[in-house]
Write a protein that binds this ligand. Structure first.
Ligand SMILES: [Zn+2]
Length: 561
């Protein structure tokens, strides 16, 4: 007796037997029972989800000798012929290999002929999206005025490639991917019927790898049976047949990542490569393991997990050692690697090795969200310390930390409910500018802006000015010290001073006079400076300089000397 593959042997023969598409079966049953049969159907969905099977059942329903029925007898010669794919009235065409205009013209001519035995001629065109535009045009003519005895069923995995003119003339049905649990049930059913003893972990592995395609799952089961030559499905055999990485190896790889042992991870990958494991498959397996870790981590139920009970404990333990962010980043990294491998397969080994090293460092990388948070805290502090800087940027939309005017402040506080006294105090602290008086350090802070505006009007003046140092501010007189008289004289002309003072006013909002001194003079002057004046001057000793304190505060730094 010849061997029939499981996919054919266990192909559903009635709507009730179709797995995972109750929404489609029910609609078709109702349509048949009420006599509302369309002349063109479009079945969309990924492979192995039951499109052709459903098309054949529909054909049987229309032509069964017992009459048009949603429950074909399965015994009459028509039903048997359709099931065997031998009916003259059911014409199955592969759109990929009959895609030209000649084939469709030929089809149009034959469409006109009456069915040989049944009531309807059913044309099932698979992969219909492969037809050429000319072929679609030719087909459209038939679809516009189909003969009464014809039903078209188009099947496609890519409905978006069909012209709108075709789409609008079809009744569309979207086939869902079949759930792992449904596939598992069917595999179990086949094993029971065939007298195959099965280790449920093995079947689960097949069901998961099929990714919603029943035909693929049944195909793998066939392969496993051929491989073992026996009557048993074991998990290890499935792994070998599918070229998948055993779970304990995946667990070990993830452990290496958790422990940041780049060398261990790379060595393990190399052992697998030398054993001939397909690297894309390996990448996908690691992704799938990480996906399970993520599901455990965020607290998903077992239905989502599709894992064996033994591995659940291991997953739980591993998931506790990785953050959600790290897992997500690791999955992204591996996906990226998988994409790269498609285009540079010769380098797949290197890509995977470097990816492993990256994964081992993933936990030490500071998350972007944390960096953004730090920056925004820093900006907040800047805004508090230097409100005048932020007011200048009023128009900038992204700036939200600009201090509020005092009168608005009260409203702002009232908006917030359940304020504690500390919070209220803190809010005051962050909203009120610490000082409204112009200090030396603020001038120094704003000085580049001042010289920049001068540079626009008189570049040489700005150049001379930038060779000077601001050394003192007292009684609205700003002292600028120069090392050479050449630069000093470059700013000393009255018209230049006026310009400089005007720009200082413009940028700082303060009317200050400038005084220029030579470094030599300043030193001799220093001995005559009174005590009160020295107090006003900021100390320039690096250890005590308040500016350094402020910088350290802003960047949360510490002294290291
Ligand atoms: Zn029948």
């Amino acid at each position: 007796m010849s061997y029939t593959v499981f996919a054919r042997k266990y192909r559903p023969q009635t709507f009730e037997e179709v797995i995972g598409q109750p929404h489609i079966s029910q609609t078709l049953i109702n349509a048949i029972n009420t006599g509302r049969i369309s002349h063109s159907y479009l079945f969309c969905g990924s492979r192995g989800t039951g499109k052709t099977t459903t098309a054949r059942i529909l054909a049987k329903c229309l032509n069964c000798e017992t009459g048009i029925t949603s429950t074909p007898c399965g015994k009459c010669s028509v039903c048997i012929e359709v099931s065997r794919g031998m009916s003259m009235d059911i014409i199955e065409i592969d759109g990929a290999s009959n895609r030209g205009i000649d084939e469709i013209r030929d089809l149009r001519e034959r469409v006109m002929l009456a069915p040989a035995r049944g009531r309807y001629k059913v044309y099932i065109i698979d992969e219909v999206h492969m037809l050429t535009p000319e072929a679609f045009n030719a087909l459209l003519k038939t679809l516009e005025e189909p003969p009464l005895h014809v039903v078209f069923i188009f099947a496609t995995t890519e409905p978006h490639k069909l012209p709108a003119t075709i789409l609008s003339r079809c009744q569309r049905f979207d086939f869902r991917r079949i759930s792992t649990q449904d596939i598992l049930k069917q595999l179990q059913y086949i094993c029971d019927k065939e007298g195959i003893t099965s280790d449920s972990n093995g079947l689960l592995l097949i069901a998961r790898a099929a990714q919603g395609g029943m035909r693929d799952a049944e195909g793998v089961l066939d392969q496993v049976m051929s491989y073992t030559g026996g009557k048993e499905v074991k998990r290890d055999d499935v792994l070998v047949v599918m070229g998948m990485v055993p779970e304990d190896v995946l667990v070990a790889i993830i452990n290496a990542i958790i422990n940041q042992n780049g060398n261990v991870a790379v060595e393990m990958v190399n052992v697998l490569i030398n054993k001939g494991v397909d690297m894309s498959q390996l990448t996908r397996d690691v992704i799938s393991h990480l996906r399970n870790l993520l599901m455990v981590k965020i607290g998903c139920g077992e239905g989502v997990l599709d894992i064996t009970t033994e591995s659940k404990d291991i997953l739980k333990e591993q998931s506790m050692q990785l953050s959600v962010e790290s897992i997500l980043k690791a999955i992204d990294c591996l996906r990226e690697a998988n994409e790269q491998m498609k285009y540079a397969y010769a380098q797949a080994g290197t890509i995977l090795e470097t990816t492993m090293v990256r994964l081992c460092r993933i936990q030490t990388e500071i998350p972007l969200s944390e960096i953004i948070e730090k920056l925004s805290q820093m900006e907040q502090r800047m805004a508090t310390s230097y409100p005048e800087l932020y007011e200048k940027r009023e128009c900038s939309e992204h700036l939200q930390v600009r201090p509020l005017p005092h009168e608005l402040y009260e409203e702002k506080v009232e908006e917030k409910e359940e304020y504690t006294e500390t919070e209220r105090h803190d809010d005051y602290q962050s909203l009120i500018p610490i000082s409204t008086e112009m200090s030396l350090e603020k001038i120094i802070q704003l000085w580049p802006a001042v010289t920049d505006t001068i540079r626009i009007k008189r570049p040489p003046v700005a150049s001379h000015l930038s060779c000077g140092r601001i050394v003192n501010l007292s009684d609205n007189i700003l002292t600028i010290e120069f090392d050479s008289s050449f630069h000093k004289s470059g700013v000393d002309k009255p018209e230049y001073r006026e310009l400089i003072e005007a720009k200082i006013h413009e940028k700082t909002g303060k009317a200050l006079k400038i005084k220029t001194v030579l470094a030599q003079e300043q030193k001799t002057l220093a001995s005559t400076v009174t005590v009160s004046q020295t107090k006003k001057m900021p100390s320039i000793h690096p250890v005590n300089d308040p500016r350094i304190e402020r910088v350290m505060d802003m960047f949360e730094g510490n002294r290291v000397t």
